[in-house]
Design a protein around this ligand. Structure first.
Ligand code: NAP
Length: 283
């Protein structure tokens, strides 16, 4: 079996066209969806991420503001900026790029964002909403994974999903989203004694670890769907995921590549959340 590739670039293009259409409809009512991206310091990877996010907004007809601050910015000043953005009617979504410099308490900053503008979905109110099935913003990366499953018409009811990784931004919300769609969910992590025994039972595997080759072909049940969230560098310095793509694609029914899989979907879901925030604010 050679797996069907779930193309994150292609799906993103489709979803971003839908975002642009909905943004146009809001503009006709005099509202331009707006995202504020706040970057503190000069982390090179963060600079690339924020540039991509701002460009994606522009391409889809969303208003975006990039606020860049020196790494020496105080926590109090950052909290004051977040508060000003909370009160800015032109801004519907606020994203503070992580990581923040060590002297700033990132959780405190995230909690300062109004839950109505928490388009990253990291606020405790957003986590609680996901946990309880209430309306809120879902974290973009696992939300993107759900859209990828939806794109292949995958019905999770009664299926066994194994999530590898339990971070607050990927693994845990991923598990809750799969559960909400009636999958039976197992969460694995660094203290899981026999990962292979778990993954071999899975109809769906989401790898969100940050280590190359965490998932190899011998760990995958034939016909399973494999989503690779990981972002690593291989020996040649090229971007790769957590999954041994070449091996696993011969066993899985569907697989996401890295690059061109979950990555572009993450930014796309940020646009979707920002649009949603603007729609909610306008209704
Ligand atoms: P993280 O906070 O470092 O979490 C990694 C998780 O993997 C932890 O729960 C850890 O377990 C678990 N783990 C580590 N080694 C393991 C092993 N050998 N077997 C099973 N589980 C193991 O990372 P994250 O923020 O969730 O991100 C995970 C990966 O996704 C990274 O490569 C990151 O760059 C990537 N990512 C990609 C996107 C995207 O847009 N494509 C977005 C976000 C993240 P413990 O909890 O026990 O330590």
């Amino acid at each position: 079996m050679t797996a069907q590739i779930i193309d994150g670039n292609q799906l993103s293009k489709q979803l971003r066209t839908e975002v642009a259409t909905r943004a146009q409809a809001l503009k006709a009512k005099g509202i331009t969806p707006g995202l504020a991206v706040v970057l503190v310091g000069d982390n090179p990877a963060s600079q690339v991420y924020v540039r991509n996010k701002v460009k994606a907004c522009e391409d889809s007809g969303l208003h975006s503001v990039l606020e860049k601050y020196e790494a020496t910015m105080t926590e109090a000043d950052l909290l004051a900026r977040v508060e000003a953005l909370n009160n800015d009617p032109a801004i519907h979504g606020i994203l503070v790029q992580l990581p923040l410099p060590a002297h700033i308490d990132a959780q405190k900053v995230i909690e300062a964002i109004s839950p109505a503008k928490d388009v990253d979905g990291f606020h405790i109110a957003s986590a609680g909403a996901l946990m309880t099935g209430m309306p809120g913003f879902w974290p973009c990366t696992p939300y993107g994974c759900m859209k990828m499953l939806e794109s292949i018409g995958y019905d999770l009811r009664g299926k066994h999903a194994v999530v590898i990784g339990r971070s607050n931004i990927v693994g845990k919300p991923m598990a809750l989203m799969l559960l909400q769609k009636n999958a039976t969910v197992t969460i694995c992590h660094s203290a899981t004694p026999d990962l292979k025994a778990m993954t071999l039972q899975a109809d769906v595997i989401v790898a969100a670890v940050g280590k190359r080759n965490v998932l190899t072909a011998d760990m995958v049940k034939p016909g399973a769907v494999v989503l690779d969230v990981g972002m690593n560098r291989n020996d040649e310095g090229k971007l790769c995921g957590d999954v041994d793509f070449e091996g696993v694609k011969e066993v899985a029914s569907h697989i996401t590549p890295v690059p061109g899989g979950v990555g572009p979907m993450t930014i796309t879901m940020l646009l979707v959340n920002t649009l949603e925030a603007a729609e909610r604010a306008s209704s």
